[in-house]
Design a protein around this ligand. Structure first.
Ligand SMILES: *Cc1c(COP(=O)(O)O)cnc(C)c1O
Length: 489
């Protein structure tokens, strides 16, 4: 790993540790340290003191603030990471999620004393049902991929319940990597269908692979090229006629809230990425929330416990679900994310959510038109909330998409998603989101144009980028394979 001097500054702070210096005071309890220690069972005590940096509160604060500004994040700069919906997350949602009544409530507190929390969850389910067009929602899955996993387990349970075992799931070649991974985790086999020259799936391609061993099909809409799948109704008919179920990966819901409802056109199951579409700070591995929605027919298979109303109209968690696929997470999922999603929906209302999507689509099309001249546009159609260009024109100068992305870091911009979807060579997938101003989009387009010019005229600047970041090119594979989060050598 190559590190610049500035990164070393951040590490060196630990060497400011001075024995006996501290950043806390304990209340005066009239108890000696020994007395406190003797109250803790010895199996929980270390024999030697942990070697921790000894610094004042001020030094610790500077250390973490300094690290936070070295890292790129949405509160610092533009973050057009395609498929991830890195929009601005209103701080109001964080405030709501940290209300003491939410934070301090034990998940096993009796239903009677948590009725406010249960009502929030009930209403959130109602809103998600309204947005998606499905009657039943489970809030339990804790990531988009976890929602996929749940949905596929539901497909499996549905077929078993009908007395059949099916082994295959159809997936487009443009699908997100989590789709085949989820298929594999549940024990199904993947059958790949190719997108056509318009970047979408044709009914014919599905009909060719549909047979009575296919449990279902997963589609993303709009797909990962940012293109709306216009053949869904025909595809749904083919899959249903063959006895299968149709799953929608709803991670791209930011494109069509209040405009298109998956439950209205033949999908049977979908997941939401609450942390993307309905605003929770995310990335870096979580936490997330991947609620799923299903048709009435699939309701009995939802994970338990399920929030229900008793005879008096009081809410409670029911475990009496004999056909359920079971529990997928401790307690009820990632509750704080649900509060944020709820606050977001309540703040914007139905009209507001529709405007979110309209502006997300407008911003993406505007930006696409600005940079298409310099970067190849493989599918020249109006896009939804994101679009994919290719870095192929730059490749002939020895500049690859990865280099372009690294160069963007010098301008304080997070790069778009690279090399995905796999069907576009040197793919650059851009999702500006609705929360960016026209000035930000114009500036990004200018930077992309400048990098295209550099690629033609001074390619070394691009291939040796980044020049101006705390760290330069990292061994990204090594960083994940040999993760080391200790401050000690
Ligand atoms: C983000 C994403 C997922 C996976 O969601 P996670 O919450 O990261 O597990 C699945 N499909 C698409 C299209 C996505 O963009």
């Amino acid at each position: 790993m190559r590190t610049s001097d500035r990164m070393n500054d951040a590490i060196v702070i630990y060497e400011k540790s001075v024995s006996g210096r501290k950043g806390y005071t304990l209340p005066d309890t009239n108890k000696s340290e020994e007395k406190i220690l003797s109250a803790i069972p010895s199996r929980f005590l270390r024999s030697e003191a942990a070697s921790l940096p000894e610094v004042t509160e001020g030094e610790a604060m500077r250390h973490f603030i300094s690290l936070s500004t070295k890292n790129h994040h949405i509160d610092k700069g533009f973050y057009p990471l395609g498929s991830c919906t890195m929009k601005y997350n209103p701080k109001l949602n964080d405030v709501a999620a940290s209300f003491a009544g939410f934070l301090e409530c034990h998940p096993l507190a009796p239903h009677k004393s948590t009725s406010g929390i249960l009502r929030l969850l009930w209403n959130l389910k109602k809103y998600l049902a309204e947005i998606s067009g499905f009657p039943s929602v489970s809030l339990q899955p804790v990531a988009g991929a976890h929602g996929e996993f749940s949905g596929l387990l539901i497909m499996h349970a549905y077929h078993l319940d009908k007395g059949s075992q099916r082994s295959k799931i159809i997936i487009p070649d443009s699908s997100h990597g989590t789709n085949p991974a989820s298929v594999n985790s549940v024990g199904f086999k993947t059958v790949m269908v190719k997108s056509n020259d318009k970047g979408i799936i044709s009914p014919k391609a599905v009909a060719e692979v549909m047979d009575d061993d296919v449990a279902g099909m997963m589609m993303t809409n709009p797909n990962t090229l940012g293109i709306f799948e216009t053949n869904i109704k025909e595809i749904a008919e083919i899959v249903h006629e063959g006895g299968g179920l149709l799953y929608m990966d709803g991670a791209n819901l930011n494109a069509h809230m209040g405009i298109f409802r998956p439950g209205d056109v033949g999908f049977d199951i979908m997941h939401f990425n609450l942390h993307k579409t309905l605003s929770t700070p995310h990335g870096g591995g979580g936490p997330g929330a991947g609620a799923i929605a299903v048709t009435a027919e699939l309701d009995p298979f939802l994970p338990y416990p399920v929030l229900e109303k008793d005879a008096e109209g009081d809410l409670f968690y029911s475990y009496d679900r004999p056909k359920s696929i079971g529990r997928l997470h401790s307690f009820y999922g990632n509750f704080a994310m649900m509060v944020r999603a709820y606050a977001y929906i309540r703040t914007l209302g139905g009209e507001g959510l529709r405007r979110v999507s309209e502006n997300a689509v407008l911003n993406a099309n505007y930006l696409k038109e600005l940079i298409r001249e310099d970067y190849e546009l493989p599918y020249d159609v109006p896009c939804m909330h994101e679009f994919v260009v290719s870095g192929m024109p730059q490749k002939k100068y020895g500049v690859r998409t990865l280099d372009i992305s690294k160069r963007l870091l010098d301008f304080g911009v997070h790069p778009p998603t690279n090399y995905f979807p796999l069907i576009v060579p040197e793919a650059i997938m851009v999702e500006p989101t609705e929360t960016e101003s026209r000035e930000t989009l114009d500036r990004f387009a200018e930077i992309m144009k400048q990098i295209a010019k550099e690629a033609r005229e001074t390619p070394d600047i691009v291939t040796s980028a980044p020049h101006d970041t705390p760290v330069r090119r990292l061994d990204e594979v090594g960083a994940t394979r040999n993760l080391d989060v200790s401050f000690e050598d």
